[in-house]
Design a protein around this ligand. Structure first.
Ligand SMILES: Nc1ncnc2c1ncn2[C@@H]1O[C@H](COP(=O)(O)OP(=O)(O)OP(=O)(O)O)[C@@H](O)[C@H]1O
Ligand SMILES: [Mg+2]
Length: 273
């Protein structure tokens, strides 16, 4: 399980067992967003780990802090000095704070901290650079502000492993608050792939490289187990059919083959029989 070597000399990436790992931090989001924000990201075919942390905040304490803040800034705003440089920002955050307090008290919403990290895995330095730029472009087009995790690659790599460790060095840059209603927009399990629990491997989705597993004999899901394969001559239809036969064979299914051309199908079967 553990890698043979880790090269962390370059601040722009980690090199682990010949693979290059480059990180992206999502540091800000649109103020208001109604769609699934990671939709375009998940539908790309770039190899990456996405790590999303949610931290629920204590409602009572949050409301107390908000009230304190609203009181303070409210007095500031009323003091009459409208010439201050940050007067617009103060007014904005004052209204935001009031909005959050209202949502929490009236609509029973909860406040969360949200952290998003992305670790891109590539075979070469050049490919990694290209993928990093591609993903950053996609994120920015979806209304997120990003930053490359230079000098923090190791911390980001750890945060993207399934260890539930949110490293402090990346945490402080990425923290954003979000109400439970907004959390819906970060739902990540949206890829439109087919994955039946007892299915056999059919192939990969060309759009996002996800595996497609189909259980043709699942009567609850499919009307019947018929299947049809299209392809130009020599594309690999017969080869593919034989593969499927083999895979079903491994599961112990009894199979009958009718082949007018007496093709290699019979040989394949005899061999594994
Ligand atoms: N996934 C694959 N990997 C490697 N070789 C493959 C693969 N699929 C097909 N081939 C090779 O491609 C060639 C053509 O494949 P195949 O005979 O299955 O094509 P076909 O679509 O059935 O053609 P036809 O329409 O003429 O019957 C074969 O030599 C086969 O070994
Ligand atoms: Mg054929």
């Amino acid at each position: 399980m553990s890698p043979g070597y880790i090269n962390n000399k370059n601040p722009k990436y980690l090199e682990i067992d010949g693979k290059f790992y480059g990180g992206i931090l999502v540091i800000d989001y649109y103020r208001e967003y109604n769609e699934i924000i990671f939709k375009n990201l998940i539908n790309t075919n770039v190899n990456m780990n996405i790590s999303i942390f949610y931290e629920k905040q204590d409602t009572y304490r949050t409301i107390k802090d908000l009230t304190y803040f609203i009181g303070n800034v409210g007095v500031d705003l009323k003091s009459g000095n409208t010439n201050r440089e940050d007067i617009d920002i103060a007014a904005y955050s004052y209204n935001d704070a009031k909005f959050i307090r209202k949502e929490m008290q009236v609509n029973n919403e909860e406040l969360y901290f949200l952290y998003t990290y992305i670790n891109i895995i590539s075979d070469s330095e050049k490919e990694m650079e290209r993928n990093l730029n591609k993903i950053e472009g996609i994120l920015q087009a979806s209304g997120m502000m990003t930053r490359k995790a230079n000098f923090r690659q190791e911390q980001l790599y750890f945060s993207c492993l399934p260890l539930m460790i949110n490293q402090n060095d990346v945490k402080n840059v990425c923290r954003r608050n979000i109400l439970s209603n907004g959390l819906i927009a970060t739902y990540p399990f949206i890829s439109s792939t087919i994955c039946d629990e007892e299915g056999i491997f059919i192939g990969t989705n060309i759009y996002n490289n996800s595996m497609i597993l189909v259980d043709r004999f699942n009567k609850e899901k499919y009307k019947n187990a018929n299947m049809c394969i299209f392809g130009t001559s020599g594309a690999g239809k017969s080869f593919y059919t034989k593969l499927l036969i083999l895979r079903y064979r491994i599961l112990g299914l009894e199979q009958y083959i009718i082949d007018p051309e007496r093709g290699a199908t019979c040989c394949t079967l005899k061999r594994c029989a």
